[in-house]
Structures are given as structure tokens and as C-alpha cells.
Design a protein around this ligand. Structure first.
Ligand SMILES: Cc1ncc(COP(=O)(O)O)c(C=O)c1O
Length: 414
């Protein structure tokens, strides 16, 4: 094998040691990302990792040492986080469909803040806190009336399930404030994700500041925390330009300065909530070509893992049209030629690449799909057609670590 780079050495070694399909996460790449965020924003923002982007327990444990807070979106993620060593007070709980038992367990378990997405949820939480004889800290999630152009997915600026619409916030926030077993300690906005344009991100944050400012003018006690849904995107596809993080920091710093110098916000902790920007580019999905088919003039590589392991790369998660994820042939060199890569499933939508330009692909080759560290395994229909789930591997300073979370169900092979 030709190790054309240290990365390929690790990818090849991971495939040999733990098989394919598999996810490989490079720990140092996550550390660099966290360091880049700290360097760009200084101490203006604390960081909160969105567990939904990669809830592998080893990843959550790793994150415990690299970010201040964790945001979970189900009681399952909350339990995983506790088992991974997170203190409950460092955890927030978002999600538009929290059920009563989830709210109860989170409060009983000492969750730092419930992020309330509706008055209904507030009433439920107040009742559960009352039964437990507690006062629960909460943030209120607000859905802004607009989101600048350039976000891959929008959670506000149109009818949306997330948070309290800005248009009714003046009526609904006082109703929440009147609930005696809840203490509002801040606000939360997550209005859009996957943006690669620095100016759009700054404009979005300015909208947040405006909303935060107006809500606090109306008389809530000064906030302890204001959470900014980061929206920071990563370049998934060939031709995407990476986000200019320094331009985001430079473009928003004066506004942040002016905001935090107001007396009611001087003790407020600003928090950047994010997933993909921290872990997305640190992860690779490895799949092996198990067969080649020439079909009506098209060369196809049939791989051992497809959309069952990596729904986003197949184009069925937040994409209107399929665009190939960036990828490479591990240890591959030679003239690129067009190839379609498909997974092992019996459905024509199981496609990892259409017309990708890669060095000639042969049976046995290893393909690495980039940008797979966030929403790869966790957003995939792993049960479909009952193939074994992929292994997960962390590349650390002292070597490879098997962090496989979802183990294969033993097949009845007697
Ligand atoms: C409430 C909330 N927080 C955090 C995230 C993480 O977003 P990203 O991975 O794009 O940073 C999302 C994404 O949907 C979200 O809805």
C-alpha cells in the first residue's frame, strides 16, 4: 500500500484493524478546531457542543475536556452524556417535542437548563419542578422573524416548530415568567445552520443581539446566559469555499463589545452552540469497494457501506439535490476518471457518489468520504436491510482506539 499521506496511513490502519465500513475521527483535528474558535473569538464566547451531531460516548467524553457546555436534544442523549462523565449542570436540553417523562427525568437529574421551546413545555416543566419541590433554570428559545440568505437549513424566518416566534414573544414570555417553579436565566436562538458566508453569519448574530436587547428592555432580570446558534458551516462539496472564521470574528466584534458593555449584560455569558464546525471535518467514512460493474457505459463501484451508514453523503439529509461529498481513494494515485459509488442496499437511492473523479477504482479499494464527523452515523437508517453497523475509531496521539458505539446484533450463525 502506498501511504500517500499520514492521513491515509491512519485510514488504512483503521480499516485493517477494525474493518469496514467504519467512521474514523481524528482527535487532533477537533482540538485544532476548538483552538481556532478560541483564537478567533477570544473569551467572548463559551462553547457548547451539540450532542446531536455526534453522540458517540467517547466523543462526548472527549468534548468534556474541550468545551464548556453540552446541548442534548433527547433524554437518550442526556443519559449518554451523564454516562460519559458530563456533570448535569453543564448540560442544556433543547428540542421542540420534549415529552413529560423526559422533562421530569432531566429536572430530577439536575440538568443545567431546559431550553423551553413553547409555553406548553414551560407549563409542563413548571408542574414537574413543582412536584419535585425545585425551581428549574430555563432559557427561552426565540425564533427570529428572518434569517439571512446563505444558511443550508433554516429553523426560523418562516413557520417553524422551533422556539417561540418573535411575533408573539411579548405575550408568551411574560406567561412563562409568571411560572413560579421556573427561573428564566437567559435566551437561546438557533435559527440556521451550515452557512459558509461570514457576512450572513454576522448579520444573523446582529439579529440575535437586537432580539436579546429588546426582550431584556421589556424587563426580565439580567441574563446569566445567552446562547447563539452558531450556524458555522463546513465545505462539504468540491468547490465549496471554507468559512472565513476570522472574518466572522472581525465582523461581529464591535457589536458584541457594544452589547456586553450595557450594564444589564456585563455579567452575561455568551455561548456559541455548534456541532458540525467542531467535529464534521475531523471525521471520515471508510467504505470498501466490493464489486465493480460496468453498466451501460458507466463504471460503478459497489461499496460495503452506503446510505444505511451515511445518509447525508447519499444526499437525503438536508439536501435538495445530490451533490457528492468530498472524497478520495485511500492510497490512490493516477489519472482521475468518472465513477459512481453505490452502497449495498436494494434501492436506487443508495448512492454515495455520482460521476466522482477518482483514480481508477478497483475491487478491494478503500474510499474515504470526508466531512463525516457530524450527522454521519447518528443521522443514518442503520437498520435498513440489516447490515451490521459501522465501527467507529478515534485516532489519538498514541494510536487508534476502537470507540464503536452501536455494536452489531449477533447474527444467528450456528
Ligand atoms: C438547537 C440546535 N443546536 C445546535 C445545532 C447544531 O448545528 P450545527 O451542527 O450546524 O452546528 C442544531 C442543528 O440543527 C440545533 O438545531
Amino acid at each position: 500500500m502506498n501511504y500517500s499521506s499520514p492521513l491515509d496511513f491512519w485510514l488504512q490502519s483503521a480499516a485493517e484493524a477494525f474493518g469496514t465500513p467504519s467512521y474514523v475521527y481524528i482527535a487532533s483535528a477537533i482540538e485544532h478546531r476548538a483552538a481556532a474558535l478560541r483564537a478567533a473569538f477570544g473569551d467572548r464566547f463559551a462553547l457548547s457542543f451539540a450532542a446531536k451531531s455526534n453522540p458517540n460516548p467517547a466523543m462526548l467524553d472527549f468534548m468534556r475536556r474541550h468545551v464548556e457546555f453540552l446541548d442534548v436534544s433527547s433524554i437518550g442523549e442526556f443519559r449518554t452524556a451523564l454516562a460519559a462523565g458530563w456533570l448535569p449542570e453543564r448540560i442544556s436540553f433543547t428540542g421542540p417535542g420534549k415529552r413529560g417523562f423526559e422533562i421530569r427525568e432531566a429536572i430530577e437529574g439536575g440538568v443545567g437548563e431546559l431550553i423551553l421551546e413553547s409555553v406548553r413545555e414551560a407549563v409542563l416543566a413548571d408542574e414537574e419542578a413543582r412536584k419535585l419541590g425545585l425551581v428549574q433554570r430555563v432559557l427561552i428559545r426565540v425564533a427570529p422573524p428572518s434569517v439571512p440568505k446563505g444558511f443550508g437549513d433554516q429553523m426560523a424566518g418562516r413557520p417553524s416548530a422551533f422556539g417561540i416566534d418573535w411575533e408573539v414573544a411579548a405575550e408568551e414570555i411574560p406567561r412563562i415568567a409568571s411560572l413560579v417553579n421556573l427561573r428564566i436565566v437567559g435566551l437561546h436562538i438557533y435559527s440556521g445552520t451550515q452557512c459558509l458566508k461570514a457576512e450572513a453569519i454576522c448579520e444573523n448574530y446582529r439579529n440575535f443581539l437586537q432580539i436579546f436587547g429588546e426582550i431584556y428592555e421589556a424587563g426580565l432580570p439580567p441574563p446569566e446566559k445567552l446562547v447563539f446558534g452558531s450556524g458555522l458551516g463546513i465545505p462539504y462539496h468540491d468547490g465549496d469555499l471554507p468559512l472565513d472564521l476570522d472574518a466572522v470574528a472581525a465582523g461581529i466584534s464591535i457589536d458584541l463589545e457594544a452589547f456586553t458593555s450595557q450594564p444589564r449584560f456585563t455579567d452575561t455569558r455568551l455561548v456559541l452552540e455548534l456541532g458540525r464546525y467542531l467535529v464534521g471535518e475531523a471525521g471520515y467514512f471508510l467504505t470498501r469497494v466490493i464489486a465493480i460493474k460496468e453498466s451501460r457505459g458507466v463504471r460503478m463501484g459497489i461499496c460495503d457501506g452506503g446510505m444505511n451508514n451515511h445518509l447525508p453523503a447519499s444526499g437525503h439529509f438536508g439536501m435538495v439535490m445530490h451533490r457528492n461529498y468530498a472524497m478520495h481513494k485511500v492510497g490512490g494515485y493516477g489519472e482521475p476518471e468518472k465513477v459512481n459509488l453505490v452502497g449495498p442496499l436494494c434501492t436506487s437511492i443508495d448512492r454515495l457518489a455520482i460521476g466522482a473523479a477518482l483514480p481508477r477504482i478497483e475491487e478491494g479499494d478503500l474510499i474515504a468520504i470526508h466531512n463525516s464527523g457530524a450527522y454521519g452515523l447518528t443521522a443514518s437508517p442503520i437498520h435498513f436491510i440489516s447490515h451490521a453497523p459501522p465501527s467507529e475509531v478515534m485516532v489519538e496521539a498514541d494510536g487508534l482506539r476502537d470507540i464503536t458505539y452501536i455494536r452489531a446484533l449477533p447474527l444467528a450463525a450456528h
